[in-house]
Design a protein around this ligand. Sequence first.
Ligand SMILES: [Zn+2]
Length: 80
Amino acid sequence: MTMTDTIPWAITAAQAARARPCPLCEAPPGAPCQRKPAGDHLARFLDAYTAGQLTRACMAAVVGELVVIDRSVIVQDGAR
Ligand SMILES: [Zn+2]
């Protein structure tokens, strides 16, 4: 990993997803689904995507980093 790997979409995607309540665990807007390490359910990203707040490219990038694809998977902060 280099500094250039820390690309803005990761921050944007996480913020867009976290701006909405989680449809799975009902974490309120602004709060992560999981505290340590901080991360959010994939369901939250899907929710933001279907609401048009996340681009297809962002969604593809998020999903592309996952080994297991399930709405209950936690997408960790900074793991991307
Ligand atoms: Zn959640």
